[in-house]
Design a protein around this ligand. Sequence first.
Ligand code: FES
Length: 108
Amino acid sequence: MGFVEVAKWSELSENTCIAKTVGVISILLCRKNDELYALENQCPHAGSKLSGGCFKGYVIECPAHGHKFDVRSGFSIKNADGFPIPCFNSYVRDGSVWVDLTKPFNFK
Ligand code: FES
């Protein structure tokens, strides 16, 4: 599949995260310091959506039970050895957000 266009950069305000659906995958796009981060929109704890959770610094807090994850790595901020949220390579070009959903970079 490779990179697919998933959103317009203008949809994503600074310090916010939005959810987009690509096929059957819900992804979370986060913008911080004018950088883009893309990860699966599903908490590894019990599967809740992360969208709608509090986003502070580079940390998204799951709205279900409060677990916190670094959007740059997908790992829990309390347990870096735990099961991470899959993170995807992404970029912005000509006002569009592109994400490669084929190979999360934090999974071996
Ligand atoms: S489902 Fe996210 S913390 Fe429980």
